[in-house]
Design a binder for this molecule. Structure first.
Ligand SMILES: [Zn+2]
Length: 102
C-alpha cells in the first residue's frame, strides 16, 4: 500500500484510505470514467502514536481534545469515527460526485 494513501485527516485530492472494504474503482455513473478523490472529510486527524503528526507539533505538541475519538479537532464525526470521501469525475464537474465512507 502506498504510504501517502494512509495519511489521516482532512485533505483535498490525494488518495483513498481503504480499510472498510477492498479497493474498488470509483466509476462515474454518467460516463464510466474512473472518478478521482476530491475531498476527504475525516473524523480524526493524527494522534500521538501516528507518524503523520505535523513536524512542528512534534516539538510543541498540541493537546488532543478530550472525547471519543481523540484528535477530533473539528468535532465532526463521520459514521462514528470514519472518513467521508467525495470523488469527482475528471471529464466534467457537471457529473454527479460519488461518496465513499472508509
Ligand atoms: Zn463522468
Amino acid at each position: 500500500m502506498d504510504m501517502l494513501s494512509t495519511s489521516p485527516g482532512w485533505k483535498a485530492g490525494g488518495w483513498t484510505r481503504w480499510g472498510l472494504s477492498d479497493p474498488v474503482p470509483r466509476i462515474c455513473p454518467e460516463c464510466g470514467t474512473e472518478a478521482v478523490p476530491l475531498l476527504t472529510i475525516a473524523t480524526t486527524e493524527w494522534d500521538d502514536s501516528d507518524s503523520w503528526e505535523p513536524e512542528e507539533d512534534r516539538a510543541n505538541p498540541v493537546p488532543l481534545l478530550p472525547g471519543i475519538p481523540p484528535a477530533n479537532f473539528t468535532r465532526i464525526d463521520i459514521a462514528r469515527g470514519y472518513d467521508l470521501q467525495l470523488h469527482i469525475c475528471p471529464v466534467s464537474p457537471d457529473h454527479r460526485h460519488i461518496e465513499l465512507i472508509q
